[in-house]
Design a protein around this ligand. Structure first.
Ligand SMILES: Nc1nc2c(c(=O)[nH]1)N[C@H]1C(S)=C(S)[C@@H](COP(=O)(O)OP(=O)(O)OC[C@H]3O[C@@H](n4cnc5c(=O)[nH]c(N)nc54)[C@H](O)[C@@H]3O)O[C@H]1N2
Ligand SMILES: Nc1nc2c(c(=O)[nH]1)N[C@H]1C(S)=C(S)[C@@H](COP(=O)(O)OP(=O)(O)OC[C@H]3O[C@@H](n4cnc5c(=O)[nH]c(N)nc54)[C@H](O)[C@@H]3O)O[C@H]1N2
Ligand code: SF4
Ligand SMILES: [Mo]
Length: 705
């Protein structure tokens, strides 16, 4: 029996697990939790426990597939034929329309090695600026706000175990009891030591039920809430003046703005009673060790960057960031949501969290890649803008997609599906036939988590090893092998190793001197030290569990306040669409569901989408528990079952987004983008609801005679 230590294939907590490869006699592969990984210390959620089932899903992609022409079926073909079709198509489109005719779309689930190689492939094998990835839909607003406040964006400000020793944690828009269940251990550790948990969520979620205080705002009003809390902190004398003087700049402008956010006004905007706001500020200010954490609920808005800035302003006003055991943190979502946003699959970025429009960054990275800096393209379109441009007059005519299923997960998904259909060539690398793969002209079967090695950077900023534990099926290749084969056919410059360790060494060199400096991290060190925190600018460097203790990563070393004003939902409710819709997750399904809908135990636990609504709203609309409901926005309609609960505000309904078909939540969502992060507003749009009246079955002829 061989047991390989590795990490869960799903979320950013990257729970430690061992995989037992199984044998015909002993049974199929199985996982068991590891005790030695601080993030989960022996815990796993249901997705983690069933992760080995992914290896044996019945419709696993095991051969390349191709369709002869649009409308023809996808049929098995050889690797040679598939790769030749891709290379020939790319060459033809580039010759006709220039290099930006080919787009690349990546994912935050890819290892660091693959994310790095994908960004390099786009820039020097294809020469295209048109690359972005699904992380734009995830934490880009928090990343942008952290960047402008601290000069750097790295998930948590310290090891996850610091949270357990906190005096208070305010969690804005995160339902960790469903989205990272073992994380709750750290929150209960804190509460057992006397710390207080404050949860901000329009729904009384499983997580909110664990809290000492639950603030239940209208979706899209966290910014006003945070400004109101700074106002209260000033009023109640809780602002840390010494800290402001020593560690920050720009508070005066914020003081002026929050002047306008007097408590009663904020109560009117948010629906949160003034005493609750005041209590939240008091809890955060009463000790030395407090955290403000954000997740998608606060971030996935057209004003998400400003909302996170408002929450960071609150953290700074209370003197939290830049000290051990307190601060601001963003809960990264995808398995490699952190590393995936550092090494160049983002439209404006080069490895090491460098900007692609920075001449020094271009010169450094071009040097590592062995090309001329002038040959590198500039910044491209952000994810939704890229998807919206596909197949248009000046948009890309082909797309290569690795690690996302936008047909289900992109906002205004029906329009995105139309754009994908307008392409001359869609190529999808995946290990399951996702809804997006089923639209492709060429489908490349790729290896999955336990069949490959590489590194992942978890929500702490700790770089971890993913280890190969089983062989992929014989006709399946790794993403690195696919990129290398395509680079070869495209006569690309540069080296295209298929060995993760070699690619990692190149990534180290490319990231050296950047913000996300991995140059001192080696596979051996990760192994020996249980992971290494970036930045780690040299093999002798210990890594940086807690950045900002001495200085922030800004030019003057001080954190910057950013004054921000409340704007509210991009699409307010009105007479035709009188209810707010918010979307998110349930425990047993992951993202677009491409993986988890194929695992029997998970589908049994969460078989279908639903709409959560308050009994008062249901009564007004004549909707019974369990009834089919049509939910309609300006962009489309879905039909889902009603789930009545007083845990949600009576002006707001919630639909999880994990399903395709008639219950696809993203048929409804508003693609309004944040001006800074280009994050779409997944978390609020205006809808109306009506019961679906089932037509009575037609009476059979002669039945009554
Ligand atoms: N089971 C499961 N776990 C996952 C995932 C999954 O798909 N399934 N995905 C992973 C990924 S990639 C991510 S990004 C994380 C996401 O993790 P979370 O951010 O915890 O998940 P969500 O359910 O998207 O949103 C959290 C909460 O935001 C609330 N919310 C909605 N609108 C607002 C608002 O305006 N303000 C506030 N304050 N709250 C609001 C919702 O009611 C919801 O309870 O989860 C990761 N873990
Ligand atoms: N309405 C609404 N929509 C949302 C959100 C929301 O809260 N509400 N959340 C958004 C967020 S935070 C996120 S992160 C996105 C995620 O949504 P998606 O980007 O669609 O993410 P996944 O469903 O994880 O899709 C990953 C696909 O890539 C495949 N895959 C996994 N690993 C690999 C790999 O290593 N290589 C290759 N080639 N393929 C791989 C999987 O099988 C799957 O088909 O959804 C966003 N969409
Ligand atoms: S919490 Fe996340 S990493 Fe941990 S077992 Fe569940 S899905 Fe996997
Ligand atoms: Mo995400």
């Amino acid at each position: 029996m061989t047991e390989t230590p590795t990490h869960c294939p799903y979320c950013a907590l990257q729970c430690g697990m061992t995989l037992d490869a199984g044998t015909p006699a002993a049974g199929p592969p199985r996982v068991a939790p590891r005790q030695d990984v601080p993030a989960n210390r022996g815990g796993l959620c249901q997705k983690g426990w069933t992760a080995a089932d992914l290896l044996t899903v019945p419709d696993r992609l095991t051969r390349p597939l191709m369709r002869a022409r649009r409308g023809a079926p996808l049929e098995p073909c050889t690797w040679d034929a598939a790769l030749e079709r891709v290379a020939a198509g790319v060459d033809r489109l580039r010759a006709a329309h220039g290099p930006d005719a080919v787009a690349v779309f990546g994912g935050g689930g890819l290892t660091n090695e693959k994310a790095y190689q994908l960004g390099k492939f786009a820039r020097i094998a294809l020469g295209t600026s048109q690359i972005d990835y699904n992380g734009r839909f995830c934490m880009s607003s928090a990343a942008a706000a952290s960047g402008r406040a601290f000069g750097m964006d790295r998930g948590l400000p310290g090891p996850i175990t610091d949270l357990g020793r906190a005096d208070a944690i305010l969690l804005a828009g995160g339902n960790v009891a469903e989205t990272m269940p073992p994380f709750v251990r750290h929150l209960t550790d804190m509460r057992e030591r006397g710390g207080a948990l404050v949860v901000v969520d329009p729904r009384r979620t499983v997580t909110a039920r664990l809290a000492d205080l639950h603030l239940q705002p209208t979706p899209g009003t966290d910014l006003a809430l945070a400004n109101g809390m700074v106002h209260l902190a000033l009023m109640d004398g809780l602002v840390d003046a010494d800290y402001l003087a020593a560690r920050t700049t720009g508070f005066e402008a914020v003081r002026t703005v929050v002047n306008g956010y007097w408590p009663e006004r904020v109560e009117r905007i948010t629906g949160v009673p003034v005493p609750h706001m005041r209590e939240a500020v008091r809890l955060l200010a009463r000790g030395e060790r407090s955290y403000i954490l954000t997740a998608r609920g606060a971030e996935q808005h057209a004003s998400g960057t400003d909302t996170v800035s408002a929450l960071i302003n609150l953290a700074l006003a209370l003197g939290l960031p830049g000290r051990e055991g307190s601060g601001y943190g963003c809960l990264t979502g995808q398995g490699n949501g952190q590393g995936g946003r550092e090494h160049g699959q983002k439209a404006d970025q080069l490895p090491g969290y460098r900007r692609i429009d920075d001449p020094a960054a271009r010169a450094h990275v071009a040097g590592v890649w062995g090309v001329a800096p002038e040959s590198l393209p500039g910044p491209g379109r952000s994810a939704y803008e890229l998807l919206s441009a596909l197949g248009t007059e000046d948009g890309p005519k082909a797309m290569l997609l690795f690690g996302s299923n936008p047909v289900v997960s992109a906002p205004r998904a029906a329009a995105v599906e139309e754009r994908l259909a307008a392409l001359d060539l869609l190529v999808v690398a995946d290990f399951v036939p996702s809804e997006t793969a089923l639209l492709a002209d060429v489908v490349l079967p790729t290896a999955q988590w336990a069949e490959e090695s590489g590194t992942m950077t978890n929500l702490e900023g700790r770089v971890l090893r993913r280890r190969r534990a089983v062989e992929p099926p014989p006709q399946v290749r790794t993403d690195l092998e696919i990129l290398a084969a395509l680079a070869d056919r495209l006569d690309a410059p540069g080296k295209w190793s298929c060995e993760p360790a070699e690619v990692f060494d190149e990534l180290r060199a490319a990231s050296a001197g950047g913000l996300a400096d991995y140059s001192g991290i080696t596979y051996e060190r990760i192994e020996a030290e249980g992971g290494v925190f970036w930045p780690c600018p040299g093999e002798g460097h210990p890594g940086t569990p807690r950045p900002f203790l001495d200085r922030f990563a800004t030019p003057d070393g001080r954190a910057r306040f950013v004054p921000v004003e409340h704007r509210g939902a991009a699409e307010p409710t009105d007479a035709d669409y009188p209810v707010h819709l918010t979307t998110g997750r349930v425990l047993a399904q992951y993202q677009s569901g491409a993986q988890t809908r194929r695992v029997a135990a998970l589908t049994e636990a969460a078989p279908a989408p639903f709409v959560e609504l308050h009994p008062d709203l249901a009564e007004r609309l004549d909707i019974a528990d369990g009834a089919q409901v049509r939910v309609t926005s300006r962009r489309g309609s879905v039909e889902v079952a009603a789930r009545l609960t007083d845990a949600v505000r009576d002006d707001t309904v919630f639909i999880p987004f994990h399903w395709a078909g008639r219950g696809r939540a993203n048929l409804l969502t508003n693609p309004a983008l944040d001006p800074t992060s280009r994050m779409p507003e997944f978390k609020v749009c205006a809808v109306r609801l009506e019961p679906v009246r089932l037509e009575p079955a037609p009476t059979p002829i002669g039945a009554n005679s």
